[in-house]
Design a protein around this ligand. Structure first.
Ligand SMILES: [Cu+2]
Length: 177
């Protein structure tokens, strides 16, 4: 598992290291590791997710990059986001094309339970009720939320688990082109 993760880039290598640490923190209980064997929760257990880990690399091309394909309502572009380790998202800055529909597949790395809210920056900052979000993302779980960026922004995302936003757990979404 560790070697496989190592192929995926520094972000996941960091996550892998954190996971080992988290196991020690919780006493190495088998329970904390059984989740790793389960399919991720949130609807991305299918071929699409595995494709994301394949030869195409950890992320698909973004706006302005060769091979970029804007997401649509019928076929959203999937962007993988790692919540943690610690109080941070990776990536913390995401570029989307104006009008495109994006599914954020958010995986919690490490022992903290996170949330992911996305939408207009002011609503996200204020944790406004009704702003799209997924919550209770446990260690190595993946949950997804889909959003269409049909405005001019600014947009953002954040985790509003107690204390996380204040600790800096937020990011920005740039409308490109
Ligand atoms: Cu969090």
């Amino acid at each position: 598992m560790t070697a496989r993760l190592g192929l995926l880039g520094s972000g996941l290598m960091l996550g892998g290291a954190l996971l080992m640490g988290a196991g020690a923190v919780v006493g190495g209980g088998a329970g904390s590791y059984t989740m790793m064997g389960n399919r991720p929760v949130g609807g991305f257990g299918g071929p699409g997710m595995m494709g994301g880990f394949g030869t195409s690399g950890i992320r698909a091309p973004g706006p302005g990059e060769a091979g970029f394909v804007a997401g649509t309502v019928a076929s959203p572009r999937v962007i993988r986001v790692f919540a943690g380790p610690g109080y941070a998202f990776s990536p913390s800055n995401i570029a989307v094309a104006k009008g495109e529909t994006v599914t954020f597949a958010v995986t919690s790395m490490g022992g903290l339970v996170h949330e992911f809210m996305v939408g207009p920056a002011d609503a996200v900052a204020a944790d406004t009720v009704g702003t799209p979000e997924v919550a209770d993302i446990g260690m190595m779980q993946t949950k997804s939320v889909t959003y269409t960026f049909d405005g001019s922004g600014p947009y953002g995302f954040a985790c509003h688990a107690a204390g996380h936003y204040e600790a800096g757990m937020r990011g920005t979404i740039t409308i490109a082109g």
